[in-house]
Ligand binder design. Sequence first.
Ligand code: S3P
Length: 425
Amino acid sequence: MKQKIEKLEMVNGELSLPGDKSISHRAVMFAALAEGKSEIKNLSSSEDVQSTIKCFREMGAEFEQQNKKLIVHGRGYMKLLPPKNELDCGNSGTTARLISGILAGQKFDSVLTGDKSLSSRPMKRIIDPLTQMGAVISSEVGTLPLSIKGNVELKGIEYNLPVASAQVKSAVLLAGLHAEGKTKVIESTSTRDHTENMLGLPIYKTEKYTEIISAHEYYPKPAEYFIPSDISSAAFFIVLALLQKNSNLTLTNVSLNKSRTGIIELLGQMGAKIEIIEEKKFMNETYGNLFVQSSILKNIKIGKEIIANVIDEIPILAIAGLFAEGNFEIRNADELRKKESDRINSICHNFHLLGLDVEEYDDGFSIRGSIKKSNVIFESFGDHRIAMAFAVLSSLVEGNYYVNNFESVKISNPGFIDQLKSIAG
Ligand code: S3P
């Protein structure tokens, strides 16, 4: 679907966005593993989280929607049922990688599949550590489909994360729940810490690295989850409100987990007026309301250490950078090439369409110049964050702007257009 995006004059009002996608995946998985009834409030409405639910339904967990809550009847330790079909992870890397950690130690064989984009994303990064733990996983070229053998005895390992990835860290920690002895994951670059927070895993932090321990004793129990709104979805509206003139926007109950707030930090350094009002905490996860006002932004040097924290927000950060004083440049972000699309390439392609001077590097890109084209059809590359980033850009400039394959927004935020309309003008 080709979506036309109209220019907006301002944005105003309040948005309560659906629950954080990363936290929602984990809540669904932990509730499905725990023996008995759990409840999840404000679950993400994303198609990705539906992929996780579908996989666990296939293994005997039961889910029912009751008013605004998802009720989950979980299976208990080693009580997942053998799936009758292949487990289809759709477009969701988090589903595929975290579930692999869970499946590695089960009594049954399983096969994981995904859509075209997910089937081209690297899985060797989880196959390697899980194999070290004793898992038997086959994959032709290090991508989906994965065949995971059951009835193997997993053993705890000590694993130094070679790549800054919360999905890899979580896969190993989840396998650790089903392994003999202790599993220790060591990360030298911090990544989002929802798995360890929500499972209450022991964490030891030094200046140089973080160690996280997993073991059978941390297997999840039934719980009542409240999922704060997704900061990665909020980021699009934050940047929109900053760049639109005469705008004031309140975003309620947004996840403010420190491993995710790099975008607020960077925009703040760029001159953004973003106020955090009333911080609250639930299950070790912080959240609060954000008040955003139109601001004049200037580009800054983006340090290497913050990249993992803002990895999902780089497409919209680049839009902020385009409208900020000075030139935007981002480096050390080669992981962007391994997302739902090659995001370095996707962003550069679309900036080229605007007549901007764009330089593409292996690990990033820089933008110079100003917008020269006013009739543009942006390509989403089937990637939700590219679609939303270029929709925000389109709403800021006069002309005829479209985004191709816009339906991909449903991967993280199916309500994006309605939310945009609700705060327009
Ligand atoms: C996620 C981790 C990140 C992020 C993804 C969600 C998670 O991926 O980009 O959107 O929920 O653990 P990587 O682990 O590949 O960095």
